[in-house]
Design a protein around this ligand. Structure first.
Ligand SMILES: [Zn+2]
Length: 284
């Protein structure tokens, strides 16, 4: 899989701009290697459970399948104790993925692979380095009290916008690896916190449609919702569901699922689940 096949256009555009700040990026990369990466590895080994062929082998095998499908070097995988379903990845040279215990308990294996593939998507697109760069800029701006100042505010909003777009790219990676329907069911569980979801697996897509109808009903409604969203680092779940439902009709999704299907290392996706026969509201 290539990053360009899953990157949301707005994510790709912003990354091009960020890549131009080469000197600053190299500096951050160095600090990540000698500082954060080592500190976090110590913390992971010290406080989390490392997943390996001998320890939680089913979870490890599922992870290996995802890593093979995405085509990245295998990151270390950890599980941490948390009732909130969440996952994250960090590192540039020594990369790891961490999953909360509640994810492992409440998601089926294919749904868990959806979350794993989302994190691997961030790794494939090199989001970690640039997100770290942005967080440092953000922290420096906050410390200097310029983020909330009028001249820096548009830049801050632009960074948050890129953050949200990068999540869409990672979601595309998840949908391509596990199939869009499994992605939707995993997202339903993440949104609700429930381990068992009955009914329409596309409920969040429907909510997304209602949300955009409401938002686009008037200029005032658009401004109202945009003001609410602008500080979010992630898109709202109904927007994520809606976006993947749109993207599943794209040539990129079709080609990726076709390319990944015959891969003997990528046997996790139930063939009956992809591609979905549902109608998509719009083309990407
Ligand atoms: Zn993410």
């Amino acid at each position: 899989m290539k990053a360009r096949q899953i990157m949301h256009p707005a994510d790709a555009k912003a990354l091009q701009v960020l890549k131009q700040a080469r000197g600053f990026n190299t500096l951050i990369k160095y600090f990540m290697q000698v500082g954060d990466e080592r500190i976090m590895r110590g913390e992971n080994l010290g406080t989390m459970l490392r997943v390996s062929p001998d320890n939680l082998p089913k979870v490890y095998t599922a992870f290996r399948e995802v890593v093979n499908c995405v085509g990245i070097d295998e990151p270390e995988l950890y599980i941490y104790n948390d009732p909130v379903m969440n996952a994250y990845t960090y590192g540039d040279t020594r990369i790891f993925v961490a999953l909360s215990s509640s994810l492992v308990e409440r998601l089926t294996l294919p749904e868990l692979q959806s979350v794993m593939a989302h994190e691997c998507g961030h790794i494939l697109c090199r989001h970690t380095l640039y997100k770290t760069v942005l967080h440092i800029i953000e922290d420096m701006g906050k410390a200097a009290q310029v983020i909330t100042g009028s001249f820096a505010f548009p830049a801050y909003c632009a960074l948050q916008y890129w953050n949200r777009m990068s999540e869409y790219s990672a979601d595309r990676c998840a949908a391509a690896v596990v199939g869009e329907q499994v992605f939707q069911s995993a997202l339903l569980k993440l949104t609700s916190g429930l381990s068992d979801i009955q009914g329409d697996p596309y409920q969040l897509v429907e909510q997304g449609k209602r949300y955009y109808e409401m938002k686009n009903a008037s200029f005032f409604a658009r401004v109202q919702q945009a003001c609410r969203e602008m500080f979010y680092s992630h898109p709202q779940d109904c927007q994520r569901a809606y976006e993947i439902d749109r993207w599943k009709s794209s040539a990129n999704y079709r080609n990726l699922t076709k390319d990944l299907s015959p891969d003997p290392n990528c046997t996790n996706r139930p063939p009956e689940l992809t591609p979905s026969k549902r109608e998509s509201p719009t083309q990407d």
